[in-house]
Design a protein around this ligand. Structure first.
Ligand SMILES: Cc1cc2nc3c(=O)[nH]c(=O)nc-3n(C[C@H](O)[C@H](O)[C@H](O)COP(=O)(O)O)c2cc1C
Length: 472
């Protein structure tokens, strides 16, 4: 039976996000991304078209070598300038009613206590429509902006992320019991302290006492996205994510990645369907096949290879992008391993080169055709196991306008896109319940802090007796 796919609009609070060079097109309004009205209008357009969510990517610094020139990035407006998505979501939350609002936040950029508070606040303001894309960073410059000498080693980044999510899960799920907020004017009790708990988290990086300051928001924990594709990235997703964002070069590669991650989720005590997969795809839409291919040629004229390579951090010590003919195996990177490994998987008949990364970034996740042909391709992706699509744009708002006008009606006719929103918070729309299910690791913190400890010494005693969760 055909199931509707989910659709997210993949965007970033910047000029040039994924499809580089296209900001120069006459109809590209992303050049004015500083204007909040651009985003409010886009969010309303997406909501009218019944998109599930607007998904904001984000970074905390420059790509490439941290000591290199960043002229190429500024010249392309490639994620510099870029603005904070979290702040923008407040404006979008009050301008929409059903659209999910996903933010990306790196574990290095915000202390988990503060982050948990910001997200709970946004989840209240949006009435339960916030999702968090958990990222560990890919940039040395981004790490240096937070006082680190360089990007933390790959596997240590994931250990860090594990402790980080542990802290926020404790705050979101364990610090406040249901029914703690009374608002009882008669008895003069606003909140019942006996149902609000300190968490006494103590781990390698964080020591957080609690309690969580906000009252529980509609979803408590926001919907959890994750986008790592390495082995440790996939393990982290399998343990924690409810939605995983992939940009696989083909349905076959996606299927392998999805099957492996679902199998891993079972190892972590979850069910295969507890985790959903969103493939990033861009679309070139024509009323006829010929028109679509003509448009694709025109799009190629705007595409900037330099921009795509710079985005993949394929930049040398002087800030110039690597010679496109350099073999990929000669590139040493601690950063975007996932991207490089996809390219190596996609190019099997010869030595993969730097230029293949640019080509694959813009071509393999691109679907060119009529709305019916696009629907046929989406059926193939669905058969590979994807649950939804992160629609990658060329121009704002035109790419989404066109998708909404031309493709979604055809998808709806074929049962591949929803016509109405399901009621309730984002997680309820997607999974049928506003709260994380009991198989998710965060669920173990529900009721786990009703221990009555009021000092760290008491908390340590309880921990020693196994009555308080130990640090992961
Ligand atoms: C499709 C996709 C989208 C991503 N989006 C972001 C992002 O917006 N911000 C960010 O800092 N990292 C982003 N990442 C990076 C990942 O979160 C992760 O840190 C990186 O891929 C390195 O981990 P890995 O080796 O497990 O892939 C993205 C990765 C992928 C694969």
């Amino acid at each position: 039976m055909t199931r509707p796919l989910r659709f997210n609009a993949f965007v970033m609070h910047t000029n040039s996000h994924i499809q580089h060079g296209h900001w120069r097109r006459p109809d590209a309004r992303q050049v004015d991304f500083q204007d909040v009205d651009l985003w409010i209008d886009l969010a309303r357009l997406l909501e009218d078209a019944k998109f599930d969510a607007m998904f904001f990517a984000d970074v905390t610094g420059l790509y490439g070598d941290a000591d290199a020139d960043f002229e190429v990035y500024a010249r392309h407006g490639l994620q510099i300038p870029s603005h904070d998505p979290t702040v923008l979501l407040g404006a979008l939350a009050v301008s929409t009613t059903d659209l999910g609002l996903a933010l990306t936040s790196n574990v290095a950029q915000n202390h988990p206590f503060n982050f948990a508070r910001q997200v709970s606040t946004l989840d209240h303001i949006s009435r339960g429509r916030i999702a968090w894309n958990i990222v560990t960073g890919t940039q040395d410059n981004g790490a240096r902006n937070f006082g680190l000498p360089q990007l933390t080693d790959h596997s240590e980044r994931y250990r860090w992320a594990q402790e980080y999510v542990d802290v926020v899960y404790k705050l979101w799920e364990g610090s406040w019991d249901d029914g703690a907020l009374l608002k009882d004017k008669e008895r003069g009790i606003y909140a019942d302290a006996s149902k609000i708990h300190k968490i006494y988290h103590e781990g390698p990086r964080y020591r957080v006492e609690g309690p969580h300051l906000p009252s529980p928001s509609p979803q408590r924990t926001p919907l959890l996205f994750q986008a790592g594709s390495s082995a440790s990235g996939r393990r982290f997703a399998a343990a924690n994510a409810e939605a995983t964002f992939i940009i696989a070069p083909s349905p076959a590669i996606a299927k392998r990645q999805i099957d492996e991650t679902r199998a891993l989720a079972v190892e972590y005590g979850r069910e295969p369907d507890d985790i959903t997969f969103f493939q990033g795809l861009s679309f070139i839409i024509g009323d006829t096949e010929i028109e679509a291919h003509e448009k694709a040629e025109e799009y190629e004229r705007y595409a900037s290879t330099e921009g795509y390579l710079a985005h993949s951090a394929l930049v040398d010590k002087t800030g110039r992008v690597y010679d496109p003919k350099t073999p990929l195996k000669d590139i040493d990177t601690n950063t975007a391993r996932g991207f490089l490994s996809w390219t190596s998987q996609a190019v099997t008949d010869r030595e993969p080169l730097v230029e293949d990364v640019a080509l694959i970034s813009r071509r393999s996740s691109r679907v060119v055709g009529t709305p019916d042909q696009i629907a046929d391709r989406l059926v193939e992706w669905q058969a590979a196991g994807i649950d939804g699509v992160n629609v990658v744009n060329w121009v704002l708002p035109g790419s989404f306008e066109e998708f909404a006008e031309k493709v979604l009606p055809v998808l709806r006719e074929r049962g591949l896109a929803q016509s109405e929103y399901a009621p309730g918070p984002l997680r309820q729309k997607l999974f049928g319940s506003p709260l994380l299910n009991e198989r998710h690791p965060a669920a173990r913190y529900r009721g786990a802090f009703a221990h009555g400890a009021t000092t760290w010494a008491e908390a340590d005693d309880l921990r020693a007796q196994g009555l308080l969760p130990a640090a992961v």
